[in-house]
Design a protein around this ligand. Structure first.
Ligand code: SAM
Length: 325
């Protein structure tokens, strides 16, 4: 019998990072149950609505989901869906099914996460027909590749890999027909912050050097050197989850700079309070009626500590640098 590897600090730290995907899904599930936005698939990943979340948390998730979707959909429309999407650290994200429903699927939608997270997601897909049917319907060959750590179909591919190991990531994506000539959108929602700066820098650099026409959307913490930011770091540390990449989260400038330094042509960043104020205001007015918010200041503080940064490079001159809110 093979000797069991001793349990290391890295295992504990990675386990805490993997658990963050449940937090995100649980919060999204609660917010959708209140009507902040619609998502018919989340219920298959988290059965129960769960404990009540504070209104500022729900509004924060609303701004995150709406903000990221606006940019993602703008890229898909600009490229007329003749593109790829690679969702890095996708967790239990449901964007694939939303895009299918809205007829906005790219040529191929890739997701990457740790193998154990991917195994759970594939298990849910296998056992829930509303999740598997759209994948099967769009697949032309006889059989899908459905293994514990990889799902591959014509339009959707889920790969188990560590984003800190670039050569393995590159090999696996190419094995499943990643096309480096196609315009490609990278999405990282609360992911880079869990890697140390040199690891996330390698990833962002690899993305820029591998694709000539691409966009990277990064949602994560910002303004982390003030008191509020320090408390956020301490709260996560108490759960054994360290924000190893917090250095890049000091300001909007530091967020943009990491992309420019890694070979992206252009970068923009907005804090989420600003995003919230420029989202379609009729829908914002609707969600503000859903729950009474006691302290608007708390919402403001929270949203000022998250941002969306997006970077582009555009050899095909598609006009990617004009994509904005
Ligand atoms: C906060 S969750 C966000 C999940 C998803 N992006 C969302 O917004 O719902 C962070 C995700 O990144 C993944 N992740 C973090 N570091 C990773 C790494 N080095 N390799 C692969 N996945 C990673 C975690 O497993 C987790 O699923």
């Amino acid at each position: 019998m093979a000797a069991r590897q001793p349990f290391t600090d890295t295992d504990t730290a990675d386990e805490a990072v993997r658990a963050t995907c449940d937090d995100a899904t649980i919060c999204k599930r609660f917010a959708t149950s209140k009507g902040y936005w619609k998502d018919s698939c989340l219920q298959y990943f988290v059965r129960n609505v769960g404990e009540r979340k504070a209104p500022e948390i729900n509004r924060g998730y609303y701004a995150r989901v709406k903000g990221v979707n606006l940019l993602l959909d703008a890229f898909l429309r600009k490229t007329e869906c003749q593109c790829q999407v690679i969702n890095l650290g996708a967790g239990l994200d449901t964007t694939f099914w939303r895009l299918k429903e809205q007829n906005l699927l790219p040529k191929k939608f890739f997701e990457v996460d740790f193998p154990t997270v991917v195994a759970r997601k594939i298990h849910y897909i296998k056992t829930k027909p509303p999740l598997s049917k759209p994948i099967i319907d769009m697949h032309s060959a006889d059989s899908l590749l459905l293994e514990p750590h990889v799902l591959d179909s014509d339009r959707y591919c889920i790969i188990g890999a560590d984003l800190r190991d670039i050569s393995n990531l590159d090999d696996k994506l190419k094995k499943f027909q990643l096309n480096t000539e196609l315009p490609t959108l990278f999405l990282a929602e609360c992911v880079l912050v869990y890697m140390n700066p040199s690891q996330s820098c390698n990833l962002v650099h690899w993305a820029a050097e591998t694709f000539h026409t691409a966009m990277f959307i990064n949602y994560e913490q910002v303004n982390m050197s003030d008191r509020f930011g320090q408390v956020m770091v301490e709260n996560l540390q108490r759960r054994q989850c360290s924000l190893a990449g917090v250095e890049a989260c000091q300001s909007l400038d530091s967020q943009k700079e990491r992309f420019l330094a890694a070979g992206w042509e252009q970068a923009n960043a907005l804090d989420m309070m600003t995003v919230y104020s420029i989202l379609p205001q009729d829908d914002v007015a609707r969600i503000e009626q859903l729950e009474f918010l006691d302290e608007r200041e708390l919402l403001q503080q929270l949203l000022q500590h998250y941002c969306i940064c997006w970077a582009t490079k555009d050899k095909l001159n598609l006009g990617l640098s004009q994509l904005a809110f």
